[in-house]
Write a protein that binds this ligand. Structure first.
Ligand code: LMG
Ligand code: NDP
Ligand code: PMR
Length: 395
């Protein structure tokens, strides 16, 4: 896990060429190796440890130890009402582990916002979530109608909204052709970014009205969208370009299905969608933090190599990826550990800083991490926001 600190704080000062093709790529991606003179022949793990030490040095000053979500003062117990948290994609992986961690504390009611109602119910039961601490509600992020319906149902239920976690995602690494949402947007950006953008916009007022001591909007990001890391330099690299594809509607007809207007690449579309997630968190912060007091945050929970995210990948990848991350990069975290991390971002009274991208070091201490140049570009953030507003029809 040392590697997370590693790759996270590891920066490349000069960006190499983008969209490096596989033939000219190395293990680390051409630009990374040339700019950093990484000796590809030397042991990968030795390099990782070395990077990790540098990372650790940089983060020590800001690291804070992780208090367990189960530990809260008895005083707080007496005075604080149960918080209500909506988690999208809580039927598996990180979302489910987070829902479990929060429900078990007895201090949270978790709304599991899921596209497969029965799967979500079964998942909640299978991990032993106390029945009184969760509700499953239907939400398909790949349909704006469904998002609007979810919001209407939620509002009608009369519950407060204290924390919204935008967690759900899809990843199509082997797709040769794009597939589309109900509204005709490329499916990974449509689900991971546009669906969540509409959801968060429509629920912002509810968050604003919450009287909970700390109200939060959390959007899950990732290391692979950040080109200032080793992992972010594995091709294809994230790159939003001038966003001509997004502006054209990502429909693959009169515009490209890719944000940058290029040829379809499922892995890149996923990474681009994560850049949008991280940019939107910061744009929300700039537009609404002061006025509403809402904490906006993103995070890289670690490499949870066993989740359903990789279901579309080839079997060989699914077989090798977990041991690769466990023993070579040391970036692996279990679903349970990642759930504790996200639960911490939801409920830890010390993580109230807004506009932050959280990561963890090998002792599971959280630290404020640095985003890549593109993932922190203020002009791009505004542009993604403005185009997305038009696409989702929420001005
Ligand atoms: C794109 O390619 C794909 O086109 C796209 O579909 C999508 O998957 C996307 O980002 C996701 O990737 C990019 C990628 C493809 O290109 C590269 O990464 C370039 C480098 C490829 C070189 C692969 C060499 C793998 C060996 C690395 C291990 C180094 C240590 C050696 C130790 C050996 C010990 C026996 O890359 C690929 O598709 C190649 C497959 C990469 C799989 C990565 C994860 C598995 C790595 C397997 C390592 C073997 C270790 C097994 C575990 C041992 C445990 C002790
Ligand atoms: P999973 O595939 O296990 O979980 C993704 C969840 O999203 C599932 O519950 C899935 O539902 C749901 N989902 C997918 N499409 C929709 C949709 N249209 N509407 C509603 N829900 C949907 O993956 P992870 O737990 O790994 O991913 C969770 C988050 O973590 C993602 O944001 C991902 O980008 C991020 N992440 C993951 C990393 C990893 O290493 N795994 C690393 C860094 C970030 P269903 O169960 O029905 O399929
Ligand atoms: Mg990556 C520095 C170590 C590191 C970390 C923390 C990750 C995380 N990865 C690292 C290194 C490497 N990866 C190296 C050296 C390679 C070349 C062998 C490599 C390859 C690789 C592939 C092919 N990695 C991948 C893939 C995927 O298909 C995953 C992906 O990009 O999904 C978009 C992936 C991931 N690596 C990670 C993480 C967290 C992922 C999962 C996806 C995500 O960001 O959510």
């Amino acid at each position: 896990m040392a590697l997370q600190a590693t790759s996270c704080s590891f920066s490349i000062h000069k960006e190499g060429k983008t969209n490096a093709s596989l033939k000219d790529s190395s293990l680390f991606g051409a630009s990374l190796s040339s700019h950093l003179k990484v000796d590809l022949k030397s042991s990968l793990s030795r390099n990782m440890t070395e990077f990790s030490r540098r990372g650790a040095l940089k983060i020590q000053a800001v690291a804070t130890t992780t208090p367990s979500v189960n530990q809260a003062s008895t005083d707080a117990k007496k005075t604080l009402r149960k918080g209500t948290v909506v988690i999208t994609g809580a039927s598996s992986g990180l979302g489910l582990a987070t829902a479990k961690a929060l429900a078990e504390t007895g201090k949270w009611h978790v709304i599991m916002a899921c596209r497969d109602f029965l799967k979500a119910e079964r998942s909640a039961k299978s991990v032993g979530m106390p029945k009184e601490n969760y509700t499953v509600m239907h939400l398909d992020l790949a349909s704006f109608d469904s998002v609007r319906q979810f919001v209407a149902n939620f509002k009608q239920s009369g519950q407060p909204l204290d924390v919204l976690v935008c967690n759900a995602a899809v990843y199509f690494p082997t797709a040769k052709e794009p597939t589309y949402t109900a509204d005709g947007f490329e499916l990974s950006v449509g689900t991971n970014h546009l669906g969540h953008f509409l959801l968060a916009r429509l629920l912002l007022d509810d968050l604003k009205q919450s009287d909970y001591p700390s109200k939060r909007l959390i959007i899950v990001g990732s290391i692979t969208g950040n080109t200032n890391t080793l992992a972010g330099n594995v091709p294809p690299k994230a790159n939003l370009g001038d966003m001509r594809g997004l502006a054209g509607g990502l429909n693959g007809l009169n515009s490209s299905a890719m944000i940058d207007g290029g040829d379809f690449d499922g892995a890149k579309a996923y990474k681009d969608s994560k850049v949008c997630n991280m940019l939107m968190m910061q744009e929300f912060h700039r537009r609404y933090h002061e006025e509403t007091g809402i904490t906006f945050a993103s995070l890289y929970p670690g490499c949870i190599a066993t989740t359903g995210l990789f279901r579309e990948h080839i079997p060989l990848f699914r077989l090798l990826f977990p041991p690769f991350q466990k023993f070579i990069t040391k970036g692996y975290v279990s679903e349970e550990e990642s759930g504790k991390r996200l639960a911490q971002v939801v409920s830890d009274p010390s993580l109230t800083k807004s506009g932050v991208y959280w990561s963890w070091n090998n002792n599971s201490a959280s630290f404020e991490n640095q985003l890549s140049e593109e993932a922190s570009d203020v002009t791009k953030a505004r542009k993604v926001w403005e185009i997305s507003e038009k696409l989702v029809g929420a001005n």
